[in-house]
Ligand binder design. Sequence first.
Ligand code: HEM
Length: 506
Amino acid sequence: QNRTRSLRIESPEVPEVTAQHEARPTLTTEAGAPLADNQNTETAGPGGPLLVQDQQLFEKLAHFNRERIPERIVHARGGGAYGTFTLTRDVSQWTRARFMSEVGKQTETFLRMSTVAGSLGSADAVRDPRGFALKFYTEEGNYDLVGNNTPVFFIKDASKFPDFIHTQKRDPYTGSQEADNVWDFWGLSPESTHQVTWLFGDRGIPASFRNMNGYSSHTYQWNNAQGEVFWVKYHFKTNQGIKNLTAEEAAVLAGTDPDSHQRDLREAIERGEFPSWTVQVQIMPAGDAATYRFNPFDLTKVWPHADYPPIEIGKLELNRNPDNVFAEVEQSIFSPAHFVPGIGPSPDKMLQGRLFAYADAHRYRVGVNADHLPVNSPHATESRTYGRDGALYDGRHNRAKNYEPNSFGGPAQTDQPLWSTTAVTGFTGNHAAPTHAEDNDFVQAGDLYRLMSQDEKDRLVTNLANGISGVSPDRDDIVDRAIGNFSHADADLGRRLELAVKELRG
Ligand code: HEM
């Protein structure tokens, strides 16, 4: 028996457009179609299940699921701001970089400051070096100086970096940072003694991003119009004064205000209190490098000011907050390989490893077109490459030819290297031997300790002892090796540390 059912289509009345609707812009889907209801999903009847046709819901949930990108493998936690670099001294005798060609010249910058070991959601007020990554938007392309708030580093060979960072991050079994791993690695890597002495001293926990210095740490090459080479280290001296937190103050602040550094920077700029840094350089003529007392490209050493006095060349000021933290801070990218004419790398083995690591991280973390996001693209010139396509390519080259050489007037090379050549000698190999008379892992750590006031020394010993005493009770070998490095740096430091650790470990 054929039974026909008549289908009655009930169509609810379309509500009238009210004044409230007119006052606000229309909410739409990602494709721009008006969205009727952003509070109630579409269901089969008032108590029924969801309908697949509610594509607005699925679009919303799916977009939300994809909001995060991989965090930086190090320096995940940071804040940033735009600013201005002003040149205050003629430096043309050392570099032909155009953004430093005239006294008074100003260049737009973006500075991101960060902690190193913590993940994206970690607290700011912790004992850790701070990153100091500075992008200069110059007329010859973006120049990135990716430094720290410490003039030295824990290691001096790029091959040790992943191992070092593994000890700073979470243990594969416990899922926590482990004192055993931290002190084991440092104890077995005596070149870390200088940086660890620095880190457990007063400057190890800055009160804010505004109250710390920045350093290139590495030595870089400057070259002038005549092609002469100079080795240079940069210093950014805070004009807000150095201020630090004690371990106790930091423990409270990290718990009560995990965003303390980021908030402080943003609010200071909102108040019009623009933080600034005086920029200095130490310059070494190229000819000095081979015969200097120690390897001038060793990242675990500072150049004593008596040997190469700092020369003031400019001022960095931060004066504009980013409008969107994800777009401009999380997606910002900095690479030690971003040079401009007149500036280049030194043979520092750590720096050379970094020249590879950053762009590789950017392609993984942000994507192959990361360089073309507004915060990363050149602001005072434009990029002109034959690189094309890839995820999220915006078609910026329009119809231009995508190969070179071409006879269609496409961009052409300059034949002018950015930096000068340097001579090399010897055989290839995994060289570890000292290259200079005074290459030594302990002297500068000891010098730093001996420079401290009695109070500073006391706090250093307490901080180190608290750290080292966290090592497992059955691993005295790790403790002894760690203390041994400090004894080599300074006998008094070693003796005091041994007593303090013994007291804490019983
Ligand atoms: C971030 C690698 C040593 C300062 C990073 C990132 C990587 C990396 C992969 C994440 C980049 C990103 O996802 O955007 C390395 C390697 C090193 C090394 C392989 C040694 C061979 C150093 C040293 C310094 C430094 C010696 C300072 C002098 C920084 C800073 C950041 C960073 C400031 C954060 C940049 C930002 O704000 O986006 N590093 N790093 N790194 N590194 Fe290193």
